[in-house]
Design a protein around this ligand. Structure first.
Ligand SMILES: C[S@@+](CC[C@H](N)C(=O)[O-])C[C@H]1O[C@@H](n2cnc3c(N)ncnc32)[C@H](O)[C@@H]1O
Length: 313
């Protein structure tokens, strides 16, 4: 049965008093704007509303909403309000306080998990042809500085596994000698479960060349399952990117399509945090619509602006 306020419940007309859905068996009279399937508009979520939702999220899940761009968060909150069918923000806050599942769903909606294997293939080409050979050259054997690759905001694992496939496919001799590690972190527990499992729908594999798909995936019905030899190359961990004190020393950091959701101040903090833990000459890769900010410009030099590849100075 559709929830109250869901477009499926709506009729034509102006306002109507209807029973709300807060808690089992509870009936609350709420004002429902009938026929308005786009409620709430962004402008209807005030800064105060967002701060209240932020407080509930922080208390319930330790999730800090204040580090993200306000407008983006309001847009995502509006999506959740619409799908729960709550008819105003106060109602939604009430619901959020009572439903742990809604807290989970809200956090999931706020932290966008879109990803793909070999997303932006030209960047992976650049890694393969220029960046990774130099990293291996600077760390030629087990006794030299360990090579650590780190994906920050790894979503369902598509990005770190792409890196693992790249290493296995084109650098098998080097990885045997040097044994680099691939660490992948994300704040979202559910998306990390997907990553552990290593099973994907075909749409996630669109950029993957057929030969690599056949070599590294087994098809089971409509799912594509990564072979264990690739899964075993990546270690996943839950971590908050804002927690810069916990950053791990690394040689290559992929931080793509994650920074963009953070406020300018927090982007700068994260970029400086990465500069602090990158080994000298270490490499940072950002997403196509991300760039260095403020003081971080002085801590990196561009290697390839087009692919958003930077080297720590
Ligand atoms: C759009 S995905 C990017 C995935 C991948 N890097 C790529 O480019 O395809 C953004 C990821 O950042 C994660 N994320 C958002 N906020 C985070 C935070 N505070 N700490 C760690 N990860 C976060 C989300 O859970 C999501 O999986």
């Amino acid at each position: 049965m559709p929830k109250v306020g869901h477009p499926a419940c709506m009729d034509s007309g102006a306002f109507q008093s209807v029973p709300g859905h807060i808690g089992p068996g509870r009936k609350v009279n709420v004002k429902l704007s009938i026929g308005d399937s786009t409620f709430p508009e962004l402008s209807e979520i005030s800064d105060y509303d967002l701060a209240t939702i932020g407080m509930i999220l922080n208390e319930g899940r330790g999730f800090d909403l204040s580090v993200y761009k306000e407008k983006c968060m309001k847009r995502r909150v509006a999506i959740r309000i619409r799908s729960t069918g709550c008819s105003n923000v106060a109602d939604y806050c009430d619901f959020l306080r009572r439903s742990f599942r809604e807290l989970e769903l809200l956090q999931k909606t706020l932290t966008i998990h879109v990803s793909q294997f070999f997303r932006n293939p030209s960047m992976f080409e650049k890694l393969r042809n220029e960046i990774i050979p130099k990293l291996f050259a600077s760390s030629p054997d087990k006794d030299s500085e360990p090579l650590r690759f780190w994906c920050l905001g790894c979503a369902g694992g598509e990005e770190p596994y792409s890196l693992a496939i790249l290493l296995r496919e084109y650098f098998s001799r080097e990885i045997h000698k040097v044994r680099p590690t691939i660490m992948a972190t994300d704040i979202d527990a559910e998306t990390l479960k997907v990553a552990h499992l290593g099973e994907y729908n075909e749409d996630r594999l669109k950029e993957l060349p057929d030969v690599l798909r056949e070599r590294y995936f087994r098809q089971e019905n409509r799912r594509f399952c990564l072979v264990p030899e690739i899964r075993e190359m990546v270690t996943f961990r839950m971590a908050d990117i804002s927690d810069v004190e916990q950053y791990i020393p690394s040689s290559l950091v992929l931080c793509r399509n994650t920074l963009i959701y953070f406020t300018r101040t927090n982007q700068e903090k994260i970029l400086n945090g990465i500069a602090d833990i990158l080994q000298p000459g270490g490499i940072l890769v950002l997403g196509k619509s991300e760039s260095l900010i403020g003081n971080s410009n002085r801590r990196f030099r561009p290697v390839c602006q087009l692919e958003r590849i930077y080297q720590r100075v």
